[in-house]
Design a protein around this ligand. Structure first.
Ligand code: NDP
Ligand code: HSE
Length: 434
């Protein structure tokens, strides 16, 4: 039997406890031993969580879990950096294995945590930290272990995908879609992490570490959110045959790796374009396996609990095996050791969508296209709708592949033109070049 203790009895803690209690016999039948939920710690042990617990299981003191010699695995589900980090380090130093759903912590402090776990010969499982119920960590670590990973493209923030889907389907503006996401409880009370790409960047840092065997590199991820996208951009993207998605991209490129989160135009007929609402999906391209796609619920008590329990079972199996054989598992933690460098955003190449806000008068298009041409940025399509002589109107330009460093310079120059009334917005475009 394996004893576990949960610290943090909120959304994910409750889902995890429910699964461990209600599916106990199903899990035991599959794995051949019992997982016993011995203790749950939370700051508030009076609040009803809609779940019937065995007598005496709740405690307000996390140390009762961390110092209990019978507990094999500590499950951290409080979120945030502090005191989650200190609790995890204490568990590790007490020779307990750890399972966490804490993407922010793993993405920013994971290198230190894994090093400490290696030192003490224990495991750290973080399946639930990326894409909730989709077992993407296991897929990257095991299912695709034979592959060089060419690229990973993920819709890994449900809130922003819900907002973009609402804007696309109903033509509403960002602020109204965000309010709806908050009303339905998808967005955080402070949704900054969701809409500014930070949550996706945490998850991308974790995925990229597994894909490219590099340390967790959250600070090196380029982050851009969806707050500047208008329903007009979504409409123009549609006319051009694209959908706008907040993509988290990790890509092998010229001996380096690109790590970026930004709104991206994706051809409408690509499967990932059809991932709508709060759903998540991750496309992984390996050199042996080719194209693969994983889809499911990226959040919520039960999907995330499902991922937490899968880590508990994996670690539990190793503990039981080593108890039976008397030999401790050697592959306790996989420390990423590649020295592969991350490419700066200015060094990438992509196709681009530009929304210029220009005064509607003769010669404007040639002024703008002249600047683009002088930076080797070649145009594939232009859209300008309606006539409002002398007024500022959107002028949409789609380009062939260009260098981001040229785009940065060209936009700076165009935004200084007297015919341009507002800051230019640009969106990177994925897909095959026409
Ligand atoms: P919640 O806020 O719902 O739950 C956290 C719980 O931990 C709360 O009950 C909180 O109490 C309690 N807590 C806070 N500090 C302590 C402490 N020092 N000791 C004991 N208990 C404490 O968060 P979630 O369940 O939503 O998230 C948990 C983790 O899972 C986070 O890292 C999150 O990023 C991750 N995650 C969440 C998903 C989701 O769908 N919710 C999906 C994927 C990952 P109080 O409320 O009183 O502060
Ligand atoms: N806020 C996150 C999301 C929760 O919207 O995807 C799951 O990590």
């Amino acid at each position: 039997m394996i004893n576990v203790g949960i610290i943090g009895f909120g959304t994910v803690g409750t889902g995890t406890a429910k699964i461990l209690l209600e599916n106990k016999s199903v899990i035991s039948e599959r794995i051949g031993f019992d997982i016993n939920l011995k203790k749950i710690a939370d700051l508030d042990i009076k609040k009803s969580r809609g779940i019937k617990l065995p007598e005496g299981i709740l405690t307000a003191n996390a140390d009762e879990i961390l110092n209990d010699p019978e507990i094999n695995i500590v499950i951290e589900l409080i979120g945030g950096i502090h005191p989650a980090k200190e609790l995890i380090l204490k568990a590790i130093r007490n020779k307990k294995h750890v399972v966490t759903a804490n993407k922010a912590l793993i993405a920013t402090e994971g290198n230190e945590i894994l090093a400490e776990a290696e030192k003490h010969g224990v495991e750290v499982g973080f399946e639930a930290s990326v894409a909730g119920g989709i077992p993407i960590i296991k897929i990257m670590k095991e299912g695709l272990v034979a592959n060089r990973i060419m690229a990973v493209y993920g819709i890994i923030n449900g809130t922003s995908n819900y907002i973009l889907t609402k804007m696309t389907d109903e033509g509403i503006e960002f602020s109204d879609a965000l309010k709806e996401a908050q009303r339905l409880g998808y967005a955080e009370a402070d949704p900054t992490y969701d809409i500014e790409g930070i949550d996706s960047a945490h998850k991308l840092a974790i995925l990229a570490s597994l894909a490219y065997n590099i340390p967790f590199s959250f600070n090196d991820v380029y982050k851009e959110g969806i707050t500047r996208i208008t329903s007009q951009d979504i409409g123009f993207a549609g006319e051009l045959g694209y959908k706008i998605k907040l993509l988290a991209i990790a890509k092998a490129s010229d001996g380096k790796v690109e790590l970026r989160v930004h709104p991206t135009m994706v051809p409408k007929d690509y499967l990932i374009s059809k991932v709508d609402g709060v759903f998540n999906a991750i496309y992984v391209q390996g050199d042996a396996v080719g194209d693969t796609l994983y889809y499911g619920r990226g959040a919520g008590d039960m999907p995330t609990g499902s991922a937490v329990v899968s880590d508990i079972v994996d670690i539990g199996k190793k503990i039981v095996r080593s108890q039976e054989s008397g030999v401790r598992s050697k592959e306790a933690v996989q420390i990423p050791r590649s020295k592969l460098k991350v490419k700066g955003i200015e060094d990438i190449e992509a196709m681009y969508y530009f929304r210029f806000t220009a005064f509607d008068k003769p010669g404007v298009l040639s002024s703008i296209s002249g600047v683009l041409g002088s930076y080797n940025i070649s145009i594939t399509s232009v859209i300008q709708k309606g006539r409002s002589l002398g007024e500022a109107v959107p002028l949409i330009v789609l380009t062939h592949t260009a260098k981001e460093k040229d785009v940065i310079k060209a936009v700076a120059e165009i935004d200084r033109l007297s015919v341009v009334a507002d800051k230019t917005l640009y969106i990177r475009v994925e897909g095959k070049e026409e």
